[in-house]
Design a protein around this ligand. Structure first.
Ligand code: ADP
Ligand code: MG
Length: 205
C-alpha cells in the first residue's frame, strides 16, 4: 500500500489555516480519498495536555527552551500515535501547523537557533510533510481577524515578535522551495482555496 500524502499548513495566526484546512478536507474526500484532520500542538490526549501548558496565559515565566521541548514532546506523541499510523495505511493527513512552526516561533522568534530543528528531527523520526502551504498575510492583518478575547499566550506576544516570525517563514520558503508553497493569504477565502486545490489536484492526479 502507498503511504498517504502528508500535508501541513503554516502561517501567522489569523492567516486562514483552519478555514482552508476544512475546505481542503472536504475537497480531498470528494475525490474519494480518506483524509484526516489534526492540529498542533495537540492531536492526542497527551499532546493536548502539553498544549494547555504551553498556551496557558498564567505560565508567563516559562523558559524558552522548556517551551521548545514541550512542543517537540507533543509532536513526538502526535507523530507516533496519529500521523504515522494514518500515513502507513494510505490515509491523507492534513495537519494545522507542524515542525516549521517550531523552527520559526522558537528557533527564530525566541532566538534558540538551529537546535530547534535538530530537536524536532528527533521528534518526528523521518515523518516529514510532502507539501506545506504557507499562508502569507501581514501578521497585523492576521491579528485583526482574531477576536482579542480569544488570543492565547503566544498570540499576545508583541508585534515585533510576530514580524520576525513571518520573516523566518519567508526564509524557510526559500530554503525548501520544492516542499513549501507560499500562498498570498490576503485575498478572499475562495481565491485562496482554489489555488490550494489546484496544487493538491496535481499531486493526487
Ligand atoms: N481570506 C480571508 N479573508 C478574511 N478573513 C478570513 C480569511 N480567511 C479566514 N478569515 C477569518 O479570519 C479568522 C481567522 O481565520 P482562521 O482560519 O481561524 O485562521 P488561523 O487558523 O490561521 O488562525 C476567522 O474568523 C476566519 O473566518
Ligand atoms: Mg487555526
Amino acid at each position: 500500500m502507498n503511504r498517504g500524502l502528508f500535508i501541513t499548513f503554516e502561517g501567522p495566526d489569523g492567516s486562514g489555516k483552519t478555514t482552508q484546512i476544512e475546505r481542503l478536507k472536504s475537497f480531498i474526500q470528494s475525490k474519494g480519498y480518506d483524509a484526516i484532520l489534526t492540529r498542533e500542538p495537540g492531536g492526542t490526549p497527551i499532546s493536548e495536555k502539553l498544549r494547555e501548558i504551553v498556551l496557558d496565559k498564567h505560565n508567563m515565566e516559562m523558559d524558552y527552551m522548556t517551551e521548545a521541548l514541550l512542543y517537540a514532546a507533543a509532536r513526538a506523541q502526535h507523530v507516533a500515535q496519529v500521523i504515522k499510523p494514518a500515513l502507513d495505511v494510505g490515509r491523507t493527513v492534513i495537519c494545522d501547523r507542524f515542525m516549521d512552526s517550531s523552527i520559526v516561533y522558537q528557533g527564530y522568534g525566541r532566538g534558540l537557533g538551529d537546535c530547534v530543528r535538530i530537536i524536532n528531527e528527533y521528534a518526528v523520526r523521518g515523518c516529514f510533510p510532502d507539501i506545506t502551504f504557507l499562508l502569507k498575510v501581514d501578521p497585523e492583518i492576521g491579528k485583526l481577524r482574531i477576536k482579542a478575547d480569544e488570543q492565547d499566550r503566544l498570540e499576545l506576544e508583541k508585534l515585533d515578535y510576530h514580524k520576525a516570525v513571518f520573516q523566518a517563514y519567508e526564509e524557510l520558503e526559500k530554503k525548501y522551495p520544492e516542499r513549501i508553497i507560499g500562498i498570498d493569504a490576503g485575498r478572499s477565502i475562495d481565491e485562496i482555496s482554489k489555488e490550494i486545490k489546484e496544487h493538491i489536484d496535481r499531486l493526487l492526479g
